[in-house]
Design a protein around this ligand. Structure first.
Ligand code: A2P
Length: 339
């Protein structure tokens, strides 16, 4: 009989935490014992795992005794504080927040791209799950980078509200209901109304005029692809979509690669599905990617404005491949190879 693991999900009641529980179940991860952790606000709640109700426990310093793998998605501040506590208790933390991603002693892993990096977990007992927009982009770009060498990436994102968490899903729903009822639309989560709008503002602005989300795409892409010479520039935009981020990605490669070659490469790339028949209005759509684990790529075409350029449209479910699924895939590598 294969070994089972004691697993904790920190932030179990949140948008990502919920999917982490679902992914563990769907992928039949060898869970021996599960602890579902959240804040004091969730005291008394229960959540289902494999048909059984489990109590949600309030996360504290003692929550990680006996835990072997802790999946965290409870916000940056919470990870900053509790991930080292969980690691000191003997758990390997897979953290979905941005708290540890750029720490040189913490691997930043996308299993289709740099699974070998998982080995670095021993330094701090923490593995970081990358930013959702970055994950889907590197899944699509890694095979091209290996073949033709990517020199520069220009990306614009169209990001779903679920990336902000459960409260943003509620805010968009309430605004749409208010609009349909002819009532005023209120906003608390975002600085402006998100219904029927696009906000070029995800996370906070830095001194260079870019948002933190944009700089995550720059820095995390380089770390995951293990190439610090790639030039990356991003504009990240929140759009009134519930699930799945879409991205217009433009790349300049060192060697010439044609759209047909890109399609062929991506057709056999792990975690990728090419959906590209624009003449028949077939291309990746957020509503089709929602609930799925693949990264969908279409609109693959030459950038005719430069010598070695390709444009493409990349879509994936930000809560699944962009967060929960990627974290559970990392846990699978840990379970199979390292623990
Ligand atoms: P809770 O539901 O009890 O507030 P989302 O990203 O959807 O907003 O979810 C955030 C998740 O992180 C929720 O499960 C939330 O629990 C949890 N969380 C937030 N702050 C803490 C904290 N200080 N300790 C434990 N869990 C937390």
């Amino acid at each position: 009989m294969s070994r089972k693991f004691s697993v904790a999900v920190a932030g179990a009641t949140g948008a990502v935490g919920n999917q982490m529980i679902a992914c563990l179940e769907e992928r039949d991860f060898p869970v021996g014992n599960i602890r579902l952790l959240a804040s004091d606000r969730s005291r008394g709640r229960t959540l289902k795992f494999k048909g059984k109700d489990h109590p949600v426990e309030v996360m504290d310093e003692n929550s990680f005794k006996g835990v072997e793998i802790a999946l965290f998605s409870a916000g940056g501040g919470t990870s900053q504080r509790f991930a080292p506590i969980a690691a000191a208790a003997g758990a390997v933390v897979v953290d979905n927040s941005s708290a540890w991603r750029m720490d040189p002693d913490v691997p930043l892993v996308v299993p289709e791209v740099n699974p070998h990096a998982v080995a670095g977990y021993t330094k701090k007992g923490i593995i970081a799950n990358p930013n959702c927009s970055t994950i889907q982009m590197v899944v699509a770009l890694c095979p091209i980078h290996k073949k033709a060498g990517i020199k520069r990436i220009v990306v614009s994102t169209y990001q779903a509200v679920s990336g902000t968490g459960q409260k943003a899903i509620v805010e968009l729903t309430e605004q749409m209901k208010a609009w349909a009822a002819g009532a005023p639309m209120e906003h608390k989560v975002y600085p402006h109304r998100i219904a029927f709008n696009c906000l070029p503002h995800i996370d906070v602005f830095g001194a260079n005029g870019y948002t933190k989300e944009e700089m995550k795409m720059v820095n995390e892409t380089r770390k995951i692809l293990e190439d610090h010479d790639i030039a990356v520039t991003a504009t990240t935009v929140r759009v009134p979509v519930f699930y799945s981020h879409s991205e217009a990605v433009n790349i300049e490669t060192r060697e010439k690669i044609t759209p047909a070659e890109v399609k062929k490469l991506l057709a056999s790339a792990p975690g990728v599905k090419v959906v590209d028949d624009p003449q028949n209005a077939v291309y990746p759509l957020a509503i089709d990617a929602a609930g799925q684990d693949l990264t969908y790529v279409g609109r693959i075409r030459e950038d005719e404005s430069i010598d070695n350029g390709i444009n493409m449209w990349v879509v994936a479910d930000n809560i699944r491949k962009g967060a929960a699924t990627n974290a559970v895939q990392i846990a699978e590598i840990l379970a199979e190879k390292y623990l």
